[in-house]
Write a protein that binds this ligand. Structure first.
Ligand code: AMP
Ligand code: GLY
Length: 414
């Protein structure tokens, strides 16, 4: 089989890496990929949002399966176009991807189908929004209703912080014109539960925990994710089973009932509260960087599982027992603005599994080319061993322009 992975980040690198291990697969293409992926895969210079270009490439190269990484391509209707052209695709239609694209849609769906989540209200008027905050107090959570690359969420500890966020989003249109969702603050441990979904069929993957804040001790601004590990020892199998039964399966069913059947990866960003697991958010795709620690733990064949699910067949995923922990190396300045083009040493000699997200290779040298740059994977029999291994890998990469968290996995090691 020939596979096309769409996207250009560490997540897509991990998907391509795993797909290439499948005995069913002869060639893995990536569109557009990045210089790091070019070492192992054929990268084709087609933008993720060039639906026509991707369909043409698939037809000309007889692609047997397309796996879509980024939400922007999903929301842009790439899966719709591929399906229209009879090209098998693992990824939801634009209509179904709204579960990620609109927080209000996701919230309304959960309310209607009794899926546990935080209380909320939606506003487009600043005065009404701030009145609601005054009424309910802080801490509270302010979310821009639309795609903001994981950065449109403010957990406000005080009413003043909430007010500043509302001004940014509703008066100053920081992310564009739009609405905000104001949510009840939930306290508890967060974990990411992804599942292969096709209609009502839900096949859960092993769970992971992301680290969203930029700096050690979970301080600093929210990012796309600074590191991850799997498994998550303090979330028991009972809690995972409960999450599948009360959250993932009902939501897959709800999407079918609403006439928006979901095919692809459904990602539950969940939190274990005193009242059981609740939903923080849904994504319509693989999580980044969770995928970079979950797929290395998958023993069985991802592509076979995807084909089974696309054919509504039962499928049984096998997992390695060993733990996996990965650290993001990011450009100083991220998640704010940052320069590109700084030298990175040690990539070619690093003996650890590396996934590239924002590297460029120029004149024989590696450079930074994005906010999140590299993902260094460690493995071990325990999270502690995997952590030690990952940071040994991190030491092998040097650059004046990169920073990383030094405490990935800290909640599992307390
Ligand atoms: P989201 O983009 O919705 O996943 O939010 C980003 C991060 O903000 C989450 O991973 C949480 O750490 C935090 N967060 C979002 N919503 C809530 C909530 N209702 N209660 C507590 N923390 C939240
Ligand atoms: N790591 C969170 C996300 O992919 O949205």
């Amino acid at each position: 089989m020939k596979i096309l992975v769409v996207g250009r980040g560490g997540r897509e690198h991990a998907i391509a890496w795993k797909a290439a291990q499948s005995p069913l697969v002869s060639t893995v293409f990536v569109a557009p990929g990045n210089d790091g992926m070019k070492q192992d895969f054929e990268c084709v210079a087609i933008d993720e949002k060039d639906n026509g270009g991707i369909v043409r490439f698939c037809n000309e190269n007889h692609i047997d399966l397309v796996i879509i990484g980024p939400e922007a391509a999903l929301v842009n209707g790439l899966a719709n176009e591929l399906t229209k052209n009879n090209i098998p695709v693992f990824g939801p239609s634009a209509e179904a991807a709204i579960i990620e694209g609109s927080k209000q849609f996701a919230k309304d769906l959960m309310l209607k189908y009794n899926v546990p989540t935080a209380r909320y209200a939606t506003f487009s008027d600043y005065n009404q929004a701030i009145a609601y905050v005054h009424q309910h107090g802080a801490p509270t959570v302010i979310k821009y209703d639309g795609l903001a690359a994981g950065k449109g969420v403010v957990v406000a500890q005080t009413v003043e912080e909430a007010d500043n966020a509302l001004k940014d989003m509703l008066l100053n249109a920081k992310f564009g014109e739009g609405k905000v969702v104001i949510e009840e603050f939930l306290a508890g441990e967060e974990f990411s539960l992804m599942a292969l979904v096709n209609g009502e069929q839900v096949v859960p993957l092993t769970i992971a925990q992301d680290h969203k804040r930029a700096y050690d001790g979970d301080l600093g601004p929210n990012t796309g994710g600074m590191g991850a590990y799997s498994p998550v020892p303090f979330i028991t199998q009972d809690i995972i089973d409960q999450s599948v039964k009360t959250i993932m399966e009902p939501v897959a069913k709800a999407m079918v009932r609403e006439g928006l059947p979901f095919t692809g990866i459904l990602y539950g960003g969940l939190i274990l509260t005193a009242d059981g697991p609740k939903v923080i958010e849904f994504n319509a795709r693989f999580g980044d960087p969770e995928t970079e620690v979950v797929l290395p733990r998958m023993k069985s064949d991802l592509i076979a599982h995807m084909l089974d699910v696309l054919n509504h067949k039962e499928t049984h995923i096998e997992w390695h027992r060993e733990a996996c922990l990965g650290v993001v190396l990011a450009t100083k300045g991220y998640p704010g603005s940052y320069p590109k083009g700084a030298a990175i040493e040690g990539i070619d000699t690093c003996d650890h599994l590396l996934f590239h997200s924002g590297t460029a290779h120029k004149d024989g040298h590696w450079q930074t080319n994005g906010g999140r740059v590299l993902f260094v994977v460690g493995k071990g029999n325990t999270i502690a061993e995997a952590q030690k291994d990952a940071y040994e890998g991190v030491k092998q990469i040097t650059s004046d322009s990169l920073f990383h968290r030094t405490d990935i996995g800290h909640k599992a090691l307390r």
